[in-house]
Design a protein around this ligand. Structure first.
Ligand SMILES: [Zn+2]
Length: 67
């Protein structure tokens, strides 16, 4: 339903709430991994990734809806 999708997207415009119990991790190497779960609020599948930053060490992206 299009209307429902728009409402839920608005709910999560400051960031999604990951369902921590169902996070799955795909590690590429020591400091590079992808994280997958779903959002408790909008129930979309969401993902984030970690990457290495020379100044700050391992950084994490924001959760975003999986494509
Ligand atoms: Zn959400």
């Amino acid at each position: 339903m299009t209307t429902l999708t728009i409402t839920n997207t608005t709910l999560c415009d400051k960031g999604h709430t990951p369902h921590k119990e169902s996070i799955s991790v795909v590690a590429h190497n020591f400091d590079d991994a992808d994280y997958y779960t779903f959002c408790e609020v909008c129930e979309n599948n969401i993902e984030m990734f970690s990457y290495y930053d020379d100044d700050c060490g391992v950084r994490y992206s924001k959760w975003s809806v999986s494509k």
